[in-house]
Design a protein around this ligand. Sequence first.
Ligand code: ADP
Ligand code: MG
Length: 620
Amino acid sequence: MSTFQELGLNNDLLQAITDLGFVKPSEVQEKAIPILLKSETDLVALAQTGTGKTAAFGFPMLEKIDIDSRTTQGLILSPTRELCLQITNEMKQYGKYCKGLNVVAIYGGSSITDQAREVKRGAQIIVATPGRMKDMISRRLVDISKIQYSVLDEADEMLNMGFKEDITDILSHTPEDKNTWLFSATMPREVATIAKKFMNNPQEITVGNKNESTSNVSHEYYLVNARDRYQALKRLSDANPDIFSVIFCRTKRDTQKVAENLIEDGYSAGALHGDLSQNQRDLVMKSFRNQQIQMLVATDVAARGIDVDDITHVINYQLPDEIETYTHRSGRTGRAGKKGVSMVIVSKSEVRKIKSIERIIKKQFEKKDIPDGADICEVQLMSLANKIHNTEINHEIDKHLSSINELFADTDKDELIKKFFSVEFTRFYNYYNKSKNLNIAEGSFDRDSGREGGRGFGGKSDSTRYFINVGGKDGFDWMKLKDFLKEVLELGRDDVFKVEVKDSFSFFNTENEIKEKVLAFFTDYKHDGRFVNVEVSENRGGGGRRDGKRGGGRRDDKRGGGRREDRRSGSGSRSDRRGGGDSYSKSRRSGGDSNSGSDRPRRSDSGSSSGPSRPRRSRR
Ligand code: ADP
Ligand code: MG
């Protein structure tokens, strides 16, 4: 293993590297830096997140550009504003002894004139998000016609986010003979296409296996009922009092909701997603970086490439639509040689995806149980004991000591300890004392097929079939209806299935776990001026059989007014327990899994509830 010096970096950079505390190059740096320094070449570098890719292109770029010139020579494109700022910051640190260096960040949501002014002052390196960059080019606010080095960082994500056109457009304003360095964690076909299109005989380096996850991260999954997802999340957090984590949800809406619920329940949490203003996002990121927030609830896009040290856990509140994304999520932890845990909360209908992920990351998951109340109480108690043990004494107390001693004159040490701990602990105990076991047995469940074994199910036992009162007459065919449902419900590719369109009504399926969301959404939804009604159908539509053949479609049709009953008979609806009839649709409207359930632990200072106050931790 070589040193940075042996890789051929100059003294200004070596000095900065020492300041940063980098002792030896990471593998991708060891491979990429000599190639980029020695030759004028295009490069495709594949390495998992957290392997030090920024420095792998950053050092060579800083070494190669002419700092005495004010011409823009290096362009780094990155998918998100956060990442753009992070790279800019890193580049500035790497180049802090390079006198006259000017690195400018260009990204949306912030004054374009300010950015243009900064560029005008002479930026040798521009770090940009594609959208804003394109904008500035078309307004002639930047000149990239003399670029010598361009970097596509997180190329896979940029393509995922639909930046292909923008990238093409931007690169068309750069010289033919520049070098392009592409960095990516995964190599989907789109990235290969881009490489072919824009690059000249690129050299290729791969660190580890493509898509493989870092060896510092262990992977765990927890099998629970979908409706217990939020409770499970809280328990995982409570069982790890020093958790510092990113929690991934699938949609912006879920992200916001989970974060809000956690905050309401006394956890130190924040949301990060694209619907927040830039200002809000900056604030959340700042608090998270300072570890004032323990749990950052985020969408994949918003959290992509974010490098925050010491993240102890990544929690997959829901699995991503594209399982490849899992690598990116788990890569948020276990960085810079530290250990990390990536946890997945899965329901039965998703557990088969675990196998697919194992294949991609080439690592095994460990199936673990959500800790029960007694475990959590013990962990919390010992955590409290440790905290007290390590607390520095505040000597302001000294002067009151004699009166306190007087009060406790008849209390022996054990008793005193018990009383003292009870102040904090009883709330936790009371909450978890009544708690149920959230785990569901995998039992005869076959992870490979995702089906329950032994009972000869012909179809998906864990999906819900719905009736919807639109059909061919309304201009839908099955594909249009599927697209429509996916869009309005913000669902993924495979979330709506078995769509069957009749003339004036249709059927479709989703997994049980989003049933509430589907029904809640359509309680007051209008399409073309008329209410769209969606109800649970008893026709399962399973096993690949056509509904019609089983007479199921007709049965549904005839039911008409009785549908409300069908719904109530739907499997295990939580709403049922909260009272049926009319109140039912209203309560449902308020939320998905995370939002309901009367036994949510609350902060003690919220008054009436008996839930535990979650001790807020001030982290160093
Ligand atoms: P990637 O882009 O591959 O996800 P980053 O470039 O964001 O990874 O680097 C991850 C973290 O590792 C950063 O905090 C960075 O400062 C640190 N790092 C990079 N190179 C080294 C090194 N050679 N030694 C120690 N830490 C490093
Ligand atoms: Mg990176």
